[in-house]
Design a protein around this ligand. Structure first.
Ligand code: 3BY
Ligand code: FES
Ligand code: FE
Length: 423
């Protein structure tokens, strides 16, 4: 009989991680790493959690669960998006128990302590005369909006580099006019796999043959170069080069930023942004590449401007086309379960059934997500087998490696910090 597998401590697995290949199994399947990921990554990074279009009016709220945390995002009376811990300052009850809604005040259902949408405690019945309400406001969470996208950070001191990242991506995203968008559809998909498998899968197109619908409008060449493009895709690559040259000329003429910025692995808020052409009609993520929505969401004179792609560490990616935007937010639920929340945004004036057909708008990414969920589940199942050993990344998977390097750097920094605090 084989000797039982020795239990290896998380810190040792982090320390011995070898570059150029996928992580060892416990990173994906163990509860210890799930807890460490929440503590070291999700409780410390800026997280993309919602779009401003989900909270159009004062009092509108969305609750977000991140590991043991529950956070209320709410639009206050000054129309700012604020975030608070969803924990009553009386005896701790979770206050808002729906995923979203609209409130005048935030009222705890237990003993009815009543908070304003600014977090201040406004009313607490039958207290002693010297009770000071001003000491018991909701605990706030850092929240920021960047051109219509809502981010939170659970850390007391959030990573300082976010200002710079926001400043650099804003000129790319601003023309897409997200502050004038409405939500056309949101789909929550629970993938049966670890959140890192969801993110890794997003960072490569080595698997894109598994996306027949997406491949029609999206050049499945992500991170391939002339040297390693799959032979079957050579005609597509030729078409891409031509479309790319045309697209660049249009971007230049319109003054649209398009050059890739790629800083994925060595900063707390890793990001990558680039504007690129789409295939076929070149306008949108639809079967034939034509725009699915009129009026356009972006301030563009034509829809034929491809898409702007944004990748953010740790938990998001985005595709902005002329007629709509799609946002993807990834939230770990358990070591083997991950929420992928996809939101389609269209111009607030666009009327469903008149200006767009919801199925035509959402079909490509909805089926692509389902296909990706299958890949993620298969990866998780295979990695759960005792027979799994880490395997090598190919050149077109370099951004998977960037993601994993970024992740390991975050864990190492966290473990060092924890070690220093204990000494
Ligand atoms: O969502 C993305 O960014 C794409 C989709 C296919 C592969 N990935 C790079
Ligand atoms: Fe909220 Fe008592 S726990 S009012
Ligand atoms: Fe995919």
């Amino acid at each position: 009989m084989n000797a039982p597998t020795p239990v290896t401590h998380t810190a040792e697995l982090v320390a011995r991680r070898s570059v150029g290949q996928s992580l060892e199994a416990p990173f994906y399947v163990s509860d210890e790493f799930f807890d460490l990921d929440i503590e070291a990554v999700f409780a410390r990074s800026w997280l993309f959690v919602a779009t401003e279009a989900e909270l159009p009016e004062p009092g509108d709220y969305v609750t977000v669960t991140v590991g043991p945390y529950s956070v209320i995002l709410v639009r206050d009376d000054d129309e700012e998006v604020r975030a608070f811990h969803n924990v009553c300052r009386h005896r701790g009850a979770r206050i808002l128990n729906e995923e979203r809604g609209s409130v005048g005040n935030i009222v705890c259902g237990y003993h009815h302590w009543t908070y304003g949408v600014d977090g201040r405690l406004r009313y607490a019945e039958s207290q002693a005369p010297d009770f000071d309400r001003s000491c018991f406001g909701l605990r706030s969470v850092h929240a920021r909006t960047v051109t219509g996208l809502v981010f939170i950070c659970l850390a007391e001191r959030p990573p300082a580099d976010f200002d710079e990242v926001a400043r650099r991506v804003e000129p790319y995203i601003a023309p897409h006019n997200l502050p004038h968008a409405k939500v056309a559809k949101q789909i929550d998909l629970v993938e049966r796999g670890n959140w890192k498998l969801t993110m890794e899968n997003n960072r490569e197109c080595y698997h894109c043959a598994g996306h027949p619908e997406l491949q029609r409008c999206y050049f499945p060449l992500y991170n391939f170069t002339a040297a390693n493009v799959p032979p079957a895709l050579l005609p597509t690559y030729e078409r891409f080069l031509k479309a790319d040259a045309d697209a660049r000329a249009s971007y230049e003429a319109l003054g649209l930023p398009y050059a890739p910025i790629e800083e994925l692995d060595d900063r707390p808020t890793g990001f990558r942004i680039q504007r690129e052409p789409l295939d076929l009609a070149g306008e949108s993520f639809t079967e034939d590449g034509t725009a699915a929505v009129k009026p356009l969401l972006a301030d563009f004179p034509t829809a034929r401007l491809g898409h702007l792609g944004l990748h953010l560490q740790p938990n998001a990616w985005f595709h902005f086309a002329a007629d709509h935007a799609v946002t993807f937010s990834v939230i770990p639920l358990a070591s083997d379960r991950t929420l992928v929340r996809t939101t389609w945004l269209v111009h607030a004036d666009a009327e469903e059934g008149v200006d767009y057909d919801l199925d035509a708008l959402t079909r490509v990414w909805a089926v692509t997500n389902e296909q990706d969920a299958t890949f993620v589940a298969r990866a998780h199942q295979g990695i759960s087998s005792p027979a799994y050993v880490p395997g090598p990344y190919s050149p077109s998977e370099s951004q998977v490696e960037d993601f994993v390097n970024w992740y390991i750097t975050r864990l190492r920094a966290h473990l060092e910090r924890r070690g220093r605090q204990r000494r």
